[in-house]
Design a protein around this ligand. Structure first.
Ligand code: ATP
Length: 237
């Protein structure tokens, strides 16, 4: 396993947002975490990145216990998060936003990697010196993914990347996720677009009130009536 999450607990006062969650992600896998609003998905990803304190449990990544490490230390170990709502710095240029993604690196390949991002996303390349505020929602999502790629992640976690995107851009985004996976990246994908997420993922975990209530191969979850009743009636389908 690349990522091993053992009995993870996240609490905010009396709210038990993640309750004794245990699961793993293999080095060559896309795993999706599904669930309605408030299920604990964002809390899970933030806890894995070290941005939200954990109340119990362990996070093992590439055989190393990260539980007590800071977010930059986790980034340096090549665990990266594309946060909910992109979190682009709109007062900075596109290029500066990308540089932020590499701030934990001390190798000499950052410029080359940024050029590779511009090749992958030409719309970012042509706006490299412009304020990130000029980007469309879809371009901002590409920038957030590009920024995360600059940490050279082994595992990329994405928190509802399709939110607010048009159907065409959602298609492109999922195509990109498949491409990144093909390039060797493991992916932990939080989504409310259940159908699309289960199309690209090998396995899925459904959370409800902080707990994993369903877990298994994506194909099985696609056919699961309970999941269908709970989530496939939503606006994304
Ligand atoms: P969404 O899709 O709405 O982002 P989610 O599945 O990501 O939902 P979380 O945002 O992790 O769920 O929230 C899980 C629970 O924790 C909810 O009850 C939420 O109200 C609560 N919660 C989340 N963040 C905080 C916080 N900073 N302080 C207090 N409670 C919080």
């Amino acid at each position: 396993m690349l990522l091993e999450v053992e009995n993870l607990d996240v609490r905010y006062g009396r709210t038990h947002a993640v309750q004794s969650l245990t699961f793993g992600v293999e080095p060559d896998e896309i795993v999706t975490v599904l669930g309605s609003n408030g299920a604990g998905k964002t809390s899970l990803l933030r806890a894995l990145q070290g941005l939200t304190p954990i109340a119990g449990g362990r996070v093992i990544f590439a055989g190393e216990d990260l539980t007590r490490l800071t977010p930059p230390q986790r980034l340096k170990r090549r665990l990266a998060l594309v946060p909910e709502g992109r979190q682009i710095a709109i007062s900075l240029s596109v290029h500066e936003n990308l540089l932020m993604g590499a701030y934990c690196r001390d190798d000499g390949d950052v410029s080359r990697d940024i050029d590779a991002i511009y090749q992958r996303f030409p719309n970012l390349g042509s706006r490299r010196d412009m304020s990130a505020s000029v980007l469309s929602g879809g371009e901002q999502q590409m920038l957030a993914i590009g920024r995360a790629l600059l940490a050279r992640p082994r595992l990329m976690m994405l928190d509802e990347p399709s939110l607010g995107l048009s159907p065409l851009l959602v298609e492109r985004l999922f195509g990109l996720i498949v491409d990144l996976h093909r390039d060797g990246l493991a992916i932990l994908l939080v989504e409310q677009n259940t159908r699309m997420a289960l199309e690209v993922a090998a396995r899925g975990i459904v959370m409800e009130l902080g707990r994993a209530v369903l877990e298994g191969p994506a194909a099985g979850l696609r056919d699961n009536e309970r999941l269908a009743a709970a989530y496939f009636g939503d606006a994304h389908t």
